[in-house]
Design a protein around this ligand. Sequence first.
Ligand SMILES: Cc1cc2nc3c(=O)[nH]c(=O)nc-3n(C[C@H](O)[C@H](O)[C@H](O)COP(=O)(O)O)c2cc1C
Length: 480
Amino acid sequence: MANLSIRNLDDAIRDDIRLRAARNGRSVEDEVRVILREAAQGGRAGAAGLPADTAPIAPTSRDTAPPQAGTQPKVTLIIGGGIAAYKSLDLIRRIKERGIHVRVVLTQAAQKFVTALAASALSNERAYTDLFDPQSEFDAGHIRLARECDLIVVAPATADLMAKMANGHADDLASAILLASNKPILIAPAMNPLMWGNAATKRNVAQLQRDGIRMIGPNAGEMAERNEAGTGRMAEPTEIAEAANALLRPQRPQPLKGKRILITAGPTHEPIDPVRYIANRSSGKQGFAIADAARSAGAEVILVSGPVELDEPRGVDVKHVESARDMLSAVEAALPVDIAIFAAAVADWRVVSEGAQKIKKKAGEAMPPLQLTENPDILATISKRGTNRPPLVIGFAAETEHLIDNATAKIKRKGCDWIVANDVSPATGIMGGDSNTVNLLTRDKESGEIAVDSWAPMSKEDVAVTLVARIASSLAKETS
Ligand SMILES: Cc1cc2nc3c(=O)[nH]c(=O)nc-3n(C[C@H](O)[C@H](O)[C@H](O)COP(=O)(O)O)c2cc1C
């Protein structure tokens, strides 16, 4: 299919398309698709009696599907014009610290309480304020703000905003976004107790609940106004951020709850002198993804990581190490565990005598001989332990040739239970890349027989989720 840029079209046609898109509540791209489809079907197929331009789009149910695992969820935060708006600046931080991307929209009234500048500085993004802003509305930007997110949070939700939502108004940017969205919406009402108790507000709240809008608060307590107390305080920023997080990342089954898992990741750096080291190209992405998947499955996770450029997964106890010897010490200190997964690319060798000072190049002298010695074999050491051997030890085999043969030999030699074997020849792009093609070798505890399961190519996150599911089902079989 050819790609189409509406910027190359005649001005009048372009304006017509934008107008149609805005009227029909679609993005310009979607509108162009509809026009092309209609043209291909031989003309416009308007809905019953309406001119095609004004035909309503099919009602879309609120898309409650959480974002895919591994992707950063997105929230559009609408700040209403209430005294609690100052707390919404803190809310931006609270949402962000949960690994959620935030885009902020302020109503006109909200800007009397907090500035768009503060909101954009805290969200690290432009904050939006105007429905008729030529810069963001040239392609119906309010539709993008409404749809290019996984959740809309309204905090504080003023009595006025709730009335507009309940009645389908769209006369400013916030209400237009709320009306044009098919995403879940969470509101945090905040108002004077008399406004909250007013029959009109009660009717609006009931309507919003019927419309599937989620609500948090308001809480009871002291109001900003002197001598006023009652129900109407906005829920605290941490409560709202937690509620948003729970909607975006609903509790999945936790098959590894109660299990303690140790995972190693990344390369090791073997010092030559204080400034030089021997390393390899491991990025740590696969080990980090496994740590994240295991935590999501309810496990207590200790991640021993070599030097990597990755963000620490939330809720995981990360121990940073440099060399293979440091890694072995950190691994042994973490025992006992139920499962140990050794995904790190541990350097096989280190130099025999590490220079205490930077080794200098001296004119006329021979190059310093780098004599190597073997590093401890972490996988074999842990697999062959007499005490505190984890009941399930999983190694990784990174091979560039004879993948299955080498991995089969490795599982026997090292004494581990499973091996995740991947082909890391440069052509595969696996080392440092985002996807992986793995073979899982499992050794039967009684017969010693080795089974090989070849998985389709997938992202490292999906490999992690599949591996964790495999571990969970194996544990379930053992206990049944
Ligand atoms: C000082 C002050 C504080 C206000 N606090 C609130 C409030 O907490 N809750 C509320 O619903 N309205 C409050 N209002 C009224 C709203 O600002 C007003 O209804 C405005 O139109 C809301 O606009 P918005 O819903 O577009 O943000 C307050 C007004 C002022 C002047």
